[in-house]
Design a protein around this ligand. Sequence first.
Ligand code: FAD
Ligand code: PYC
Length: 413
Amino acid sequence: MPLRLLKYAFSKEHPDPAFFTQPDSLKHSYDAVIIGGGGHGLAAAYYLAKDHGITNVAVLEKGYLGGGNTGRNTTIVRSNYLTPEGVKFYDTSVRLFQELSEDLNLNLFYSTRGHFTLAHTESAMRTMRWRAEVNKHVGVESYVVGPDDILKACPQIDISCGGNAPILGALYHAPGSIARHDAVAWGYARGAYQRGVDIFQSTEVWDIKTSGGKVVGLNTSRGFIATNKVLSAVAGFTPRITDMLGIRTPIVIQPLQACVTEPMKPWLDTILVSGSLHVYVSQSSRGELVMGASLDPYELHSTRSTLDFVEGLSGHILDMFPFLSNVKVVRQWAGMADMTPDFAPIMGKTPIEGFYLDAGWGTWGFKATPVSGKTMAETIAKDQAPELIHSFRLSRFEDYELTGEKGAASVGH
Ligand code: FAD
Ligand code: PYC
């Protein structure tokens, strides 16, 4: 290797622009500890510091930041949900997302594309009309469109889907967007760090200690921390954390897979989701088609991806876009989706004093990163959940007061 290059490799003159520096060791105690360095945990740390001035906080991540579902999702942000509570909640998140690049001083490549949920049956059309009415009622821009409007926005689509499942119409949602998922995690991490939060990667929580029904600390792979407040924001690992405390939730872990193609010239401006064919596609700023399908239909704690998935997905994508037949899939992966029976999250306080839960994000949690961070930060700071997340409380399962969002989940069923 030329000396000229080696000189650069060994020089300390041009260090990486680090987003944060990890302290050498844990403090003996923190005012709050957040388990999980995904978008949700980091956003909660950021808003704890920014909105509530609570900065003696540690975020513990067993792997690397954003290495969980935050870095595995397909980045769709929307608020076209089915329940008024859900629409209000996700609309708050969309609004936070729209300002987030500026807030975090980092370009998140937030790109508003418009979002079509295609309907291939009369019953799907009925659900689209229902969602449109609820959305409009809450002030969210969604309405039902016909095949001509879809063709206008995406002339490349075969509206008959090869004759297999003709598209009858769609729910159009103007604010539907995509963003850089890893940048969201790193932006929140930097913002939290700049305000005094300690962030530890490669640090696993092994056990949570309680005394008299209250949290008193946790055992980690770097030692013990004393604290009275712990937030669990670990998505697909939630059952392992709740098991430490004997808390029961109805969460079941199922794999959700996705893939990207080789980059193409830009041709797809919108986000297209087919609830009936269970596939969706958008084009990233790098030109890749980002595609996914429904959940694997079984419980599995694994991030392996399968040939079955790409085969099934390709068939349906080619029904819609036959001209893609020679485009190559270059990467595929899976995440562990923490599914709830009503397709709504579980957020707020728990029967253990000082233990807060942010979970049940299944296939839908990326879009909620800002609002979940903000509302969980408030819950921790005030030891009381704000009204905006009341419908997502854990006790709803005991009270039979579910928040049914299945019809808005796109690909979850
Ligand atoms: P994560 O990002 O999973 O972070 C949890 C972190 O906790 C992990 O990094 C993990 O290592 C860490 N952890 C676990 N246990 C411990 C421990 N004991 N100690 C320390 N750390 C621990 N949502 C959308 O809104 N739009 C989409 O388009 C979308 N597409 C998706 C596509 C796929 C393929 C998948 C899998 C999910 C998709 N989702 C989507 C869902 C979304 O990705 C998740 O709901 C969201 O990212 C959850 O974020 P989080 O921060 O809660 O969890
Ligand atoms: O929540 O919009 C969504 C979504 C699309 C794919 C996975 N989740």
